[in-house]
Design a protein around this ligand. Structure first.
Ligand code: GLC
Length: 538
């Protein structure tokens, strides 16, 4: 393997570069009132757990008033809190308590679409002459009848919904309960910028911006071209290339405006949810004099096969694609993706933890992955994810990643005194936070050790990276800062492999290991990962 990925460190590192982000899915974190659904008071009650993990920031999935057609990603009021989760006072308490513990709080901003129950949409659909008509995307039927173009919803089916009363279709990139907002309308734009101001004035530290690359559509809404590589194993959405419905230049300009607004508030972070190939993805950093988001979320560890050659390639290609001022980031789980332990098995999930926390760039960790929640069976009568219902033949249910946090061995794992809205992981009596806190070799102990190591080791938090030579099935890379030089060696298979040291160095110290024991004879255990400090061999 060659050493294509070389990057040094830059001078000032704000918290979103050196820190670790922890995603809380509030419905499933901690219930405080017995309705079986997590809430803000529950997050508050568990803040010490999050602080003790050692992370720097919490990203909270949506807590705004919502009919919950897409579990909060259908917002009916951008400046409120759904009673299910609490109220603005509960939010302010959580924010103050997070700040008191040195934790930043990042909200989820959902700009592409609102709920169909948002007063803006109710006004928009009330008549063609309503002043808010143009806040959404309405079109006449195609000349021969039917939807205005061929666009497909990300959740399957046409992206257009017929409104009989006003005789037009409206666009929805997701559910029909999630009509797309029209960011070409200046009044809508101002209203959404005011939403960002509202929360930043309250003190939030930034936003994760939902499906940011979707927010503007090409003028004239041309048909999207067919995808010649589509197979039935893919979603219906993938039948078309989303050339005209996503990633438009005007969306980049809006991201730059959002950034200018955020920068006016000091150190606030913008994280964009963006799924694109590297070259187009990197454009979301913008330019040094007109930056866009700080961190375009990088999902490549989720989307690609788990083997040394693939990981080697994606790390090198991603690093090479970044603009000189662009800070990298890595994600291995979310409320949308399969659980990492379910996808690659628990032994490799430990290796994944080491990878996530030793790569160059901000790591985002998803709740429950730190205790290794694996496959969860959701009985058919308990499936809740609307994406599943719309495409039931595909194995894409997101409920399996959204099951409640198991805290302890008491009833319902300490999550709720009621009936949990989704079932718990079946092994919760043994796989829970309390049990893992008591076990020095648990997944949780590993996560805490790696996060702590990252915090005190500049080479990991902000240092450079270069891919190193590895044995087959071994992913190896160096990290360094000033004179400190580390080697990370990850065995991606279950059999032992050779540990290959760079020429002229020896191991000074083992800083972390995915397994309780690690031989010092040049072998790497199956599923073993090591963080080594190197010193010159003279
Ligand atoms: C994002 C969210 C996902 C949601 C979709 C539509 O991908 O992460 O949960 O369904 O946007 O808002």
């Amino acid at each position: 393997m060659s050493s294509p990925a070389l990057s040094g460190a830059v001078a000032h590192h704000p918290w979103w570069e050196s820190g670790v982000i922890y995603q809380v899915y509030p419905r499933s974190f901690q219930d405080s009132d017995g309705d079986g659904i997590g809430d803000l008071a529950g997050v508050l009650a568990r803040l010490d757990y999050i602080a003790a993990l050692g992370v720097d920031a919490i990203w909270l999935s949506p807590v705004f008033p919502s009919p919950m057609a897409d579990f909060g990603y259908d917002v009916a009021d951008y400046c409120g809190i759904d009673p299910m989760f609490g109220d603005l006072a509960a939010f302010d308490s959580l924010l103050a308590a997070a700040h008191a513990r040195g934790l930043k709080l990042i909200l989820d901003f959902v700009p592409n679409h609102s709920s169909d129950q948002h007063p803006w949409f109710l006004a928009s659909r009330s008549s063609r002459d309503d002043p808010k008509r143009d806040w959404y995307i309405w079109r006449d039927p195609a000349p021969g009848g039917g939807p205005p173009n061929n666009w497909i919803s990300d959740f399957g089916g046409s992206a257009w919904e017929w409104d009989a009363r006003t005789g037009q279709y409206y666009l929805h990139a997701f559910l029909k309960e999630q009509p797309d907002l029209n960011w070409r309308n200046p009044a809508l734009r101002d209203a959404m910028m005011d939403v960002l101001r509202f929360w930043m004035d309250r003190g939030v530290d930034g936003f994760r911006i939902d499906v940011l690359w979707h927010i503007v559509k090409a003028e004239g809404l041309p048909d999207n071209p067919p995808n010649p590589h589509w197979t039935p194993a893919q979603t219906e959405r993938d039948k078309l290339i989303q050339r005209y419905s996503t990633d438009q230049p005007e969306a980049h300009a809006i991201a730059a405006d959002m950034r200018a607004l955020a920068d006016g508030y000091g150190e606030r972070v913008l994280i964009g949810e963006i799924f694109l190939p590297n070259d187009r993805h990197a454009r979301w950093y913008g330019a040094p004099d007109r930056p866009q988001v700080h961190l375009p979320f990088n999902f490549q560890l989720i989307e690609n096969d788990w083997n040394a050659a693939t990981l080697n390639r994606i790390i090198a290609d991603y690093e090479a694609s970044l603009p000189p001022f662009g800070w990298p980031n890595w994600v291995i789980g979310s409320h949308d993706a399969p659980r990492i332990s379910a996808r690659i098995g628990e032994a490799q999930a430990r290796v994944a933890a080491m990878l996530l926390l030793t790569l160059r760039g901000t790591p985002t960790l998803y709740q429950g992955d730190e205790i290794g929640i694996g496959p969860v069976d959701i009985p058919p009568d308990r499936i809740r994810d609307p994406q599943h219902w719309r495409q039931p033949t595909l194995d894409i249910g997101r409920d399996r990643s959204r099951t409640p946090m198991p805290w302890d061995a008491s009833a319902n794992a300490g999550f709720t005194t009621g009936k949990p809205w989704l079932p718990l992981n079946a092994d919760w009596p043994v796989r829970n936070v309390d049990a893992q806190l008591a076990d020095p070799v648990s997944m949780l102990a590993l996560y805490r050790a790696l996060i702590a190591l990252r915090r005190v080791t500049r080479a990991l938090a902000i240092g450079g990276i270069a891919i190193a030579v590895g044995d087959s099935d071994v992913l190896a890379y160096e990290r360094w800062h000033d004179d400190d030089r580390l080697l990370i060696a990850l065995n991606l298979c279950a059999e032992p492999r050779q540990l290959l040291l760079p020429v002229g160095v020896r191991i000074a110290e083992v800083l972390a290991s995915t397994l309780p024991s690690h031989p010092m004879d040049g072998t790497l255990h199956g599923d073993g990962g090591l963080v080594l400090r190197l010193e010159r061999d003279d």
